[in-house]
Design a protein around this ligand. Structure first.
Ligand code: TYD
Length: 209
């Protein structure tokens, strides 16, 4: 099972993916918990470039760096874990590139799909949990958290609200485009309620029993 988590900054996906990993392990499932950017050694170095506020990165550079980090991640981490029979839980994957680099930055969908196809060799998740949350609420949560800014990883948090609105609208489009794969989960409310919703949708799809 290859499961990805998606949503805008502050939607709560990192908290929820960790909870789900712990829950599955407790039920005896072998889990590989990973993330983009940063899930491989090269990916960690690329993450610091991609999220640093010190660079004003051209949109095309950004796309290709995300694609490079994904290629490494798929080859060195995701495919090997799937081959060992583990469940791969990945915090962001291709939909983030579609939502951020196409809807957010305005690059063509075609160039995104080409870069993504080179990076993945066609590997798509079995299911994607999209934590749906309005841009205003998500961004104010993310800014409250504020750790990213201190750690120098605030390049996306610093974007205007309008950018985050476009990204959220991108996820709305993607959920309509891939209704079989993308499962929308209401990301509002406390972490316990959101987690209960996630377990319920996975049970409904017989992903967990
Ligand atoms: P992440 O570490 O998930 O940050 P957060 O927990 O705040 O959501 O992701 C870092 C940033 O990278 C995030 O702002 C979105 C961006 N991103 C892209 O623009 N394109 C991509 O393909 C990926 C994987 C991430």
């Amino acid at each position: 099972m290859f499961l990805t988590f998606e949503g805008i900054e502050g939607c709560g996906k990192s908290t929820q993916i960790e909870r789900l990993a712990a829950f599955l392990e407790w039920r005896g499932v072998k889990v590989a918990l990973t993330r983009e950017p940063g899930g491989s050694p090269i990916g960690k170095s690329l993450r610091s470039i991609l999220l640093s506020e010190s660079y004003a990165v051209a949109a095309e550079t950004e796309l290709l760096l995300y694609a490079a980090e994904r290629a490494e991640h798929v080859a060195k981490v995701i495919r090997p874990a799937l081959a060992r029979g583990e469940w791969v839980l990945c915090d962001r994957y291709g939909d983030a590139t579609r939502a951020y680099q196409h809807w957010g930055r305005g690059l063509s969908r075609e160039s995104i799909e080409t870069a993504h196809a080179i990076a993945t060799g066609g590997l798509e998740p079995d299911a994607t949990i999209w934590l749906k949350l309005g841009a205003e609420e998500a961004v104010s949560r993310a800014r409250l958290r504020n750790g990213k800014v201190k750690s120098g990883e605030g390049r996306f948090e610093a974007e205007a609200l309008d950018f985050h609105r476009r990204v959220e609208a991108g996820y709305v489009h993607l959920a309509a485009e891939f209704p079989e794969r993308i499962i929308a989960v209401d990301g509002s409310g406390d972490a316990d309620s959101v987690f209960t919703r996630i377990v319920a949708v996975l049970e409904a799809r017989h992903a967990i029993g």
